[in-house]
Ligand binder design. Sequence first.
Ligand SMILES: C[S@@+](CC[C@H](N)C(=O)[O-])C[C@H]1O[C@@H](n2cnc3c(N)ncnc32)[C@H](O)[C@@H]1O
Length: 304
Amino acid sequence: MSKTKDSKTAKASTSKKKASAKKTPKGTPPKKPVSKHRYTAATADKYELYQLAVQSADTDVEFLTETYEALNGRKPKHLREDFCGTALICADWVCRGEDRTAEGYDLDPEPLEWGKQHNMKKVHKKQAEDRLDLYLEDARAPGRKAPDVRIAQNFSYWLFMERAELLEYFKLAQDSLAEDGIFVIDLYGGTEATEEMLEERKIEGGFTYVWDQHEYFPGTAEFFCNIHFKFRDGTELNNAFQYHWRVWGMAELKDLLLEAGFSSCESYFEGDDEDDPEEGNGIFEPDPKGENCESWIGYLVSQK
Ligand SMILES: C[S@@+](CC[C@H](N)C(=O)[O-])C[C@H]1O[C@@H](n2cnc3c(N)ncnc32)[C@H](O)[C@@H]1O
């Protein structure tokens, strides 16, 4: 069977992106008519577009919470998000309970500042700002509090090009966890995963997300990828985000995680849609082998 599940960075909508079903409460005045060309290259905000096209923090946080709970019989409290960018996941995490805290780490001040400006509204609403700390620091920096759940999402750890470098990061992650803590990373693969190709996806709200698997070198597994955005008025934002990665395979990652000292490392793959087994159902479950789809997303969940 050749299932074309959408991988997350490349093509988030099927498995990771939930359509938001906002209802207008009774008595709400009608909205101002939305401009036909709401987004255009001159005014579009690349972080807003990225979050809309690529991220689905609510789904991520649900998965992390349920997975920790299934393994430990209680809910997690403290999250550490490495490579946190705009800290969307941290923000969602702390809004889900007064006992929840989070810390995010990123080396780039720009997305961190953007996140503080744009993702903190609901955090303030829940008076959760004291429970969320963001640090302009390397993902390998020591943390302030042992996390129940530590994550590296959207394949960010693929920027570690050398085995020794990645192993060192995994060792630091293992050592940092609280008792019963879990370290969760995502990855994608499949027969199309390293093909040089462009893939477009229309995003609700009026723009097109373009995932550009630009150049792959099999000798080093180096992968150059870009994200572009196209707008209804014909304008484009090219190379809004650019990545230079090494593609790491699931089996070699499992070996590395166990070598780093984790007591277990389990792969999670998406289940089949009931009506169309060629599609994913958005539910990730433990599955040691997976299925050889054209494109799949998986998680690796490692226990301290
Ligand atoms: C692909 S983005 C991921 C953003 C977000 N976590 C997500 O899930 O979409 C990768 C982020 O890693 C950050 N970064 C790169 N190298 C880093 C390092 N050594 N330590 C911490 N952050 C780093 C970049 O600044 C960027 O914001």
